[in-house]
Design a protein around this ligand. Structure first.
Ligand code: 5AD
Ligand code: SF4
Length: 354
C-alpha cells in the first residue's frame, strides 16, 4: 500500500490508475451512480480545527432549511431520475432536530418509496437515534473518521472530540444494518505516509461499504489554516487521486465518491477521480442561494448552480471519459449486498447487464 501511495514513476502511476478503473468496472458495474446532495443546515455543535462551519466561526451566517424546501430539493433530484439522495448537516443532537429528521425521512419514504435510496450524513448520534432514523427509512450513513490515527485525530480536533466515540458510532451503524461509509482528510498537516496506509487498513478492518474522502483544503477562519500562498493545490489533488486508486485496489467492491474537494482543486478533478477508481458523484441540490453558506474550505466554488445544471455538467463529464451515467438505480454498495448474502446482480439496485 505504501508503494501504491508513493510511487512516482509516471508509467507505473498510470498503470495503477488504469487497474483501479478496471477493478471498479468489474465490481460496481459500468455505471457511475448519482446522489442528490441536500445540505439541510450549517449549524454545528462541533468545532473541528479544519472546518469553515465550525461552531466558533462567528462570520458564518447560519441557516436551516424548512421541511418544504428540503422536500422540493429531493423531488427535483427524483424528477431527474436520480436513484438516491444524501441529507447532510452540521452535527446537532437536540430533540427538535432529531424529530425534524425523523419526520423528513417518513415524508421522503412515503412519497418516493423503498427503491429510492436515502443516505444520512449528520454526525455522531446515540444508538437510539441511529435506530429511529433507520426505522424511518434511511438506508446509508456517512461518518468520516477523518484520520485513523488517534494521535493525529487529537491534533485535528478540540479536546472534547473523541476518536473512540466516532469509531464506536461506525460499529453501531453497521450493527443497525446501515450501509456504512467513512473517509479521511487526505494530505492534512501532520499526516505521514504510514497514516495513509493506516487509513486504508481502517477501511478494511471495519468492513466499510462506502468511501467519501477528499484532499484537505485550508479555510482562513480556522485554527488549522496554513498560509494560503504556501498551499500546494497540485500536490493535494495528486494525493487525493493516489488514495482513491489505492482504496479501490484494496477494497474493490465498495462505493467510492468523487468528492467536491477534488473539483475545487481542478476543473476536471472529479473526472480524474472517476478514471482512478471512483464510481459515485453527488450533484448539489441545495437551493443555490444557500450553497455559499455551506463553505467548509477555501477554493470551494464561488458560483452556484441548480441541481439540474449540476447533473447536466456531470453527465457531460462522465460521457467525455467514456463512462455511463447510472440514472434511476438506487446504487447500493455491492460490498454491502455481498456481506448480507445478496447477489448484487440479482437486486434492483444494480443495473442490468453489469
Ligand atoms: N478540507 C477538506 N475537507 C473538509 N471537511 C471539513 N473541512 C474540510 C477542509 N478544510 C470535510 C470533513 C467532513 C466533511 C463534511 O467535510 O472530512 O467530514
Ligand atoms: Fe461540524 Fe462536520 Fe465541520 Fe466538524 S467537520 S465542524 S462536525 S460540520
Amino acid at each position: 500500500m505504501a508503494f501504491l501511495l508513493s510511487c512516482d514513476d509516471p508509467d507505473e502511476r498510470s498503470r495503477i490508475e488504469g487497474k483501479a478503473f478496471a477493478v471498479r468496472r468489474q465490481h460496481t458495474g459500468r455505471q457511475i451512480w448519482f446522489r442528490g446532495l441536500v445540505e439541510i443546515s450549517n449549524i454545528c455543535r462541533k468545532n473541528c480545527n479544519y472546518c469553515g462551519i465550525r461552531r466558533d466561526n462567528r462570520s458564518v451566517s447560519r441557516y436551516e432549511l424548512d421541511a418544504g424546501t428540503v422536500m422540493r430539493a429531493v423531488r427535483a433530484a427524483y424528477n431527474l431520475e436520480l436513484g438516491s439522495v444524501v441529507l447532510q448537516a452540521g452535527e446537532r443532537q437536540d430533540e427538535a432536530f432529531l424529530d425534524f429528521i425523523e419526520n423528513l425521512l417518513h415524508s421522503i419514504h412515503r412519497e418516493f418509496g423503498d427503491d429510492f435510496g436515502i443516505t444520512l450524513s449528520l454526525g455522531e448520534q446515540s444508538p437510539d437515534t441511529y435506530r429511529r432514523w433507520r426505522k424511518a427509512g434511511a438506508h446509508r450513513y456517512l461518518l468520516r473518521i477523518e484520520s485513523s490515527n488517534p494521535e493525529l485525530y487529537r491534533k485535528l480536533h478540540p479536546a472534547d472530540h473523541d476518536f473512540t466515540v466516532r469509531r464506536r458510532c461506525l460499529e453501531v451503524l453497521r450493527d443497525l444494518d446501515y450501509q456504512v461509509g467513512t473517509g479521511f482528510l487526505i494530505g492534512v498537516p501532520g499526516q505521514s505516509l504510514e497514516d495513509m496506509v493506516g487509513d486504508l487498513l481502517f477501511l478494511r478492518n471495519l468492513d466499510i461499504d462506502m468511501i467519501g474522502m477528499g484532499p484537505y483544503l485550508p479555510h482562513e477562519e480556522t485554527p488549522l489554516a496554513l498560509d494560503l500562498e504556501d498551499f500546494d493545490k497540485s500536490r493535494q489533488l495528486d494525493l487525493g487521486l493516489r488514495m482513491i486508486a489505492a482504496a479501490r485496489l484494496q477494497l474493490r467492491d465498495v462505493n467510492l465518491a468523487a468528492t467536491t474537494a477534488l473539483e475545487a482543486l481542478a476543473a476536471d478533478g472529479r473526472e480524474r477521480a472517476l478514471l482512478a477508481g471512483a464510481n459515485v458523484v453527488m450533484p448539489n441540490f441545495t437551493p443555490p442561494e444557500t450553497q455559499l453558506d455551506y463553505r467548509l474550505y477555501e477554493f470551494a466554488a464561488r458560483g452556484t448552480c441548480s441541481g439540474e445544471q449540476a447533473v447536466a455538467g456531470l453527465r457531460r463529464g462522465i460521457e467525455s471519459i467514456g463512462c455511463e451515467c447510472g440514472i434511476g438505480a438506487r446504487g447500493d454498495a455491492p460490498h454491502y449486498l455481498r456481506r448480507k448474502g445478496k447477489s448484487p446482480a440479482a437486486t434492483k439496485s444494480f443495473e442490468i447487464g453489469s
